[in-house]
Design a protein. Structure first.
Length: 121
């Protein structure tokens, strides 16, 4: 259920309520002296009630998106990878740490031709 922020100028009090959109519209009509406040740090009460954990349906959806977009930032959200992909990424991370490279994405265009040989800089 959505959370709405309110400000009462007569008491200088700010508070939040959990209610449906229709209930919020009626609440505004019943309390015309209140101002509605929008909090940029808004968190859904439903998300908070789960303890901040993602449910399995959402994880599955992120996994499907990651499967279709292997180079995206969603690659860590449940993408199913083959053993070869796991070993390749581990080797790349190990060598990046060894060389002091902080970039997370694979860039095959920087100084390597299509046969895997280093091109002159």
């Amino acid at each position: 259920m959505p959370r709405y922020g309110w400000y009462d100028p007569s008491t200088d009090e700010e508070y939040e309520t959990d209610m449906t959109y229709d209930e919020m519209q009626q609440y505004k009509k019943d309390n015309p002296d209140l101002e509605q406040r929008f909090n940029l740090n808004f968190t859904s009460s439903q998300y908070m009630s789960t303890g901040g954990k993602m449910d399995d349906g959402w994880k599955e959806m992120l996994g499907r998106i990651a499967d279709e977009n292997p180079d995206s930032d969603l690659k860590d959200y449940g993408r199913r990878r083959t053993g070869k992909e796991v070993k390749t990424m581990d080797a790349i991370k190990k060598n990046r740490r060894r060389l002091g490279i902080k970039k997370d994405k694979i860039d095959t265009s920087a100084g390597i031709n299509k046969h895997g040989e280093r091109t002159p800089d």
